[in-house]
Ligand binder design. Structure first.
Ligand code: UTP
Length: 289
């Protein structure tokens, strides 16, 4: 069965980015001139997704506005003959079929995904976290979808994480099949480094069989008083094989301030118009140290 639907949860509170996230979603933070969420939607589309369900919450209105038509702005740009900008603005609102479902309270990632159950029904689907940007020629979600087509089973993206960050991830135990693929044996949410089964953590990209939704439903409140996706994955793993895929690409967890700044620097260095100036600026910094 083809994977055409994706769930993008954006209902979290973004406490790591307070105070700006008091009134603005972290997914709308700009990487130069595009918000983080724009890159995530682009990845979904480039992976063959044509139906996106955003799980939103309070203070997330600007995400809907961003992907909506903006008649006044379009009229203004037309009047001023700014056709390049007009095209950029119009392209955004016609990117893909978008739906919005409200998560009543931010009760955890598992709960957020579960709110999409009616829309997903009995199809396999992708999940992309709205604050992870992953750069690669073959999009990370496409890599997972390809693995799903090969094995017909849920596949989660993983990468090695530094020891000091182990306590922020779902950490897996897996049996390696080759350099990039594991059969999942277990996954533990935010373990202490000394208790962690490995240093390989699940990041914000997943492809699931629809059975994950009933598994999440059966889970009880977990770590951090939240309905954890990790607990749903554990339960699904007791019923069906799950694969963990070490994806190819560079990931930025833009919900983390340092990673966010790194993303801006790297994107600026890859931007033809800015590259030279930013390089010069960074070189100047080296001279001063
Ligand atoms: P995070 O844990 O990174 O997001 O969740 P957060 O809770 O917003 O961030 P901090 O830790 O307080 O800074 C990963 C993703 O899951 C979504 C978030 O929006 C983010 O995209 N999420 C999380 C929800 O949609 N609902 C929730 O209840 C929790």
């Amino acid at each position: 069965m083809e994977i055409k639907k994706a769930v993008i949860p954006v209902a979290g509170l973004g406490t790591r980015f307070l105070p700006v996230t008091k009134s603005m979603p972290k997914e709308m933070l700009p990487i130069i001139d595009k918000p983080v969420i724009h890159y995530v939607v682009e990845e979904a589309i480039a992976s063959g997704i044509d139906d996106i369900i955003f799980i939103t919450g309070r203070s997330k209105r600007s995400i809907e506005d961003y992907f909506d038509d903006s008649p006044e702005l379009e009229y203004h740009l037309k009047q001023k003959n700014q056709h390049n900008l007009l095209k950029i603005v119009q392209d955004i609102s016609s990117m893909v079929d978008l739906h919005y479902i409200r998560q009543r309270e931010p009760k955890g990632l598992g709960d957020a995904i579960l709110t999409a159950q009616k829309h997903i029904s009995d199809e396999p689907f992708a999940v992309l976290l709205g604050d992870d940007i992953i750069v690669n020629k073959t999009p990370c979600t496409k890599q997972l979808i390809d693995n799903f087509y090969k094995y017909g089973r849920s596949t989660i993206a993983v990468e090695e994480v530094p020891v000091e960050k182990i306590g922020s991830y779902g950490i897996i135990k897996g049996t390696p099949l080759d350099d990039s693929l594991y059969v999942l044996e277990d996954i533990v949410e935010k373990p202490r480094p000394e208790d962690a089964p490995s240093n390989i953590g699940a990041i914000g990209r997943y492809v699931f069989t629809p059975e994950i939704l009933d598994c999440i439903k059966e889970t009880v409140i977990g770590v951090g008083n939240e309905i954890q996706l990790t607990d749903g994955i554990r339960l699904l793993n007791s019923k069906q094989k799950i694969y963990a895929y070490r994806f190819t690409g560079k990931r930025y967890d833009t919900g983390d301030k340092t990673e966010y700044v790194k993303a801006i620097i790297d994107f600026a260095l890859n931007n033809e118009d800015m590259k030279e100036y930013i390089e010069e600026y960074l070189e100047g910094m080296n001279l001063r140290t």
